[in-house]
Design a protein around this ligand. Structure first.
Ligand code: GLU
Length: 283
C-alpha cells in the first residue's frame, strides 16, 4: 500500500447537500479546518452531490452560506475553483468511471443482480445505524468481472473483499484500528445498476485526485475507511492519514442527522446563536 508523505497538509470538507447542515457536521468540519490551519495547509470543499434524488440546488446554496456563517474558509471549492476543479462530484463522472474500469479490468469486481437495500443506499456514506449487512455472496461466483450481465437485469458491481484479511490502520485520534474483511464488512457496492458510482469509490477517487493528505470524518465511518483502504490498494493510489471525530448525539444518545432540524446551522443562526459559542463541544 502506498502511503502519501506529502509535506503540504491538504484536508477536506465533504458535505452532501441532501438537507440542511447541522451542528454535528459543523463540529467535525471544524476539527478538519483546525487541523489544516495548524499545519498551514489547504482546505478543500467538495460538494458530494451524487445522490440526485436527495441532493437539491437549494441545499447547495444553503450549505455554502451556512458554512461561511459558521466561520469556514476553504482554499479550493466549487465556488472558488482551484487546481483540482471541478469540486462537485456530479461533474467528475469520468474519473469515477476510469477507476471503475481499472478495478473491473483488474478482476477486483463482480457483477451483482441482487436487488438489495445496500445497492440503493450506496450513494451515501453509511452513517451510524446505516451500515450494510455483510453481503451473503449470492452473485460472487462471477469472479472474472468480464461475464455478461444476466438477461434483462442491469447489474451493480461489488468489490470482492479478501475474506479473512485483517485491515489495520492508525487513526489520528483513536490509535490502531483493525477490521476483518468478510466479517466486519462484506463485498460492497462500488457501481450501482443505475450507472452511478457508490460513495466508497467516489470518495477514494476524489481524495486521491485532490491530493488529500488527511481525511477527517465522523467515527461512524471507521468501517468505511477500512473498505476504502482496499480500494486505494486495488487502484494503486497513495493512502492519506485518517482522523475520526467523536459523533455528536442528541439528548437520547442518537447521532445527529439532518432530521434534527432544531440543530441545523440555519435554525441556530435564526435563533441568534453565535458561531464562536457553537464551535466547541460543551464541557
Ligand atoms: N459526503 C459524505 C457525508 O456527508 C462524506 C463522508 C466522508 O467524510 O467521507 O457523509
Amino acid at each position: 500500500m502506498r502511503v502519501s508523505h506529502g509535506t503540504t497538509y491538504r484536508g477536506r470538507l465533504a458535505p452532501s447537500p441532501t438537507g440542511l447542515l447541522h451542528l454535528g457536521h459543523a463540529r467535525t468540519f471544524w476539527t478538519a479546518q483546525t487541523r489544516a490551519s495548524e499545519q498551514g495547509g489547504a482546505l478543500v470543499l467538495r460538494n458530494e452531490d451524487l445522490d440526485r434524488q436527495r441532493c437539491k440546488p437549494e441545499f447547495v446554496c444553503a450549505m455554502l452560506e451556512d458554512l461561511r456563517w459558521f466561520g469556514f474558509h476553504w482554499t479550493e471549492g466549487p465556488d472558488v475553483g482551484g487546481p483540482h476543479a471541478p469540486y462537485t462530484q456530479s461533474e467528475r463522472m469520468s474519473l469515477y468511471r476510469a477507476a471503475f474500469e481499472q478495478l473491473r479490468a483488474g478482476g477486483s469486481l463482480f457483477s451483482c443482480t441482487c436487488s438489495r437495500q445496500d445497492v440503493l443506499r450506496a450513494l451515501q456514506a453509511p452513517h451510524q445505524g446505516e451500515d450494510e449487512p455483510v453481503y451473503p455472496g449470492t452473485c460472487r461466483k462471477h469472479v472474472s468481472g468480464c461475464e455478461p450481465p444476466a438477461p434483462n437485469a442491469k447489474p451493480s458491481w461489488r468489490f470482492r473483499v479478501p475474506d479473512g484479511r485483517t485491515i489495520h490502520f492508525e487513526d489520528g485520534r483513536l490509535g490502531p484500528q483493525t477490521f476483518l474483511a468478510g466479517v466486519d464488512f462484506g463485498d460492497f457496492v462500488v457501481w450501482r445498476n443505475d450507472d452511478l458510482p457508490a460513495y466508497q469509490l467516489a470518495c477514494v477517487v476524489d481524495d486521491a485526485a485532490m491530493g488529500i493528505t488527511e481525511v477527517v470524518r465522523g467515527a461512524d465511518l471507521l468501517a468505511s475507511t477500512a473498505r476504502q483502504l482496499l480500494l486505494y490498494e486495488a487502484l494503486g493510489l497513495p493512502v492519506p492519514a485518517f482522523f475520526h471525530c467523536p459523533l455528536m448525539t442528541d439528548e437520547r444518545g442518537v447521532r445527529l442527522a439532518k432530521r434534527h432540524d432544531a440543530l441545523s446551522l440555519r435554525a441556530l443562526r435564526e435563533r441568534g446563536l453565535s458561531p464562536a459559542k457553537l464551535r466547541e463541544p460543551p464541557g
